[in-house]
Ligand binder design. Structure first.
Ligand code: PTJ
Length: 249
């Protein structure tokens, strides 16, 4: 048993756990009501992908780990869904790749910003960025453009899970190397990413951390080779093919 009263052997365990966490996120003021809708959309794609990490998603997760380890200033962006679903896992990933955590919301309110920062601290985060909001993403309206100048503003590599398409495109246009986690390979976020991870965030984040730990002793050349050999077009195509054909690898 985990944090819900359902045995882990239940065939829909992961889906039920995910729903439970999102519901709890809304109750705690962390997740927006729109987050419930986003989760439903994600679940539909996950169902079509067999609710497991495909070989191509695993390759993207390894490339993401290598890219984060190569970065000068990596930042992991956290929204209301991510905070509800994988708070401790995001803190662990930040530690494994020495990245900053920054709260960055589509529907920004000061209350939710604070609640999410507190929630991350409760899960072991020491420093949480996002509340200073002294930087801007160009070409977005005021509230949606806010970032920390020394966080996402100064980052060279950004992990943006479950991101809105406009903001994903605007961040990519700023020249950031963008790693996106999104179960919809056709979304503008996935399409604008240097490394699109088409997988459930619940599986993706711990797997990126495992790869990062595995690559701790790898040389810079080895990490660069993994990033270079990752084929984003093929990853997107394979995910879309799996969804459309119903044939999983
Ligand atoms: O907390 P906020 O205010 O920043 O808002 C967050 C949401 C997610 C509500 C906001 O960014 C939003 O509306 O996003 P969209 O446009 O609905 O996009 C979310 C994308 O994430 C969709 O393509 C979903 O398929 C995908 N998604 C949903 N749940 C998961 C997921 N991808 C991976 N894992 C999931 N669990």
């Amino acid at each position: 048993m985990s944090d819900i009263e359902i045995p882990e052997s239940h065939p829909r365990y992961l889906s039920l756990l995910t729903r439970h966490r999102i519901e709890e996120g809304v109750e705690k003021g962390i997740t927006s009501k729109q987050g419930l809708i986003a989760e439903g959309r994600g679940e539909a794609f996950d169902y079509l992908l067999g609710e497991e990490t495909t070989a191509s998603a695993d390759a993207a997760e390894r490339a993401a780990a290598a890219q984060l380890l190569l970065a000068e200033h990596p930042v992991l962006s956290v929204n209301g869904n991510v905070a509800a679903l994988v708070p401790g896992e995001m803190v662990e990933l930040a530690e494994a790749v020495d990245a900053d955590l920054e709260v960055n919301l589509f529907n920004r309110t000061e209350e939710r910003m604070r609640a999410i920062a507190d929630h991350l601290r409760d899960h072991g985060a020491e420093d949480v960025k996002g509340l200073t909001a002294d930087g801007r993403i160009p070409n977005l309206d005021h509230e949606r453009a806010k970032v920390d100048a020394d966080g996402i503003g100064a980052a060279d590599v950004v992990l943006v899970p479950l991101e809105d398409g406009d903001r994903a495109e605007a961040l990519a246009a700023m020249g950031k190397v963008e790693i996106v986690v999104d179960l919809n390979p056709m979304s503008r976020s996935a399409q604008s990413a240097a490394i699109p991870i088409v997988d459930n965030i619940i599986r993706a984040v711990p797997n990126v951390t495992d790869h990062a730990r595995d690559l701790t002793d790898a040389t810079e050349e080895e990490r660069e080779k993994i990033v270079r050999e990752f084929d984003r077009e093929a990853a997107l195509r394979e995910a879309e093919d799996a969804i459309r054909s119903g044939e999983l690898d």
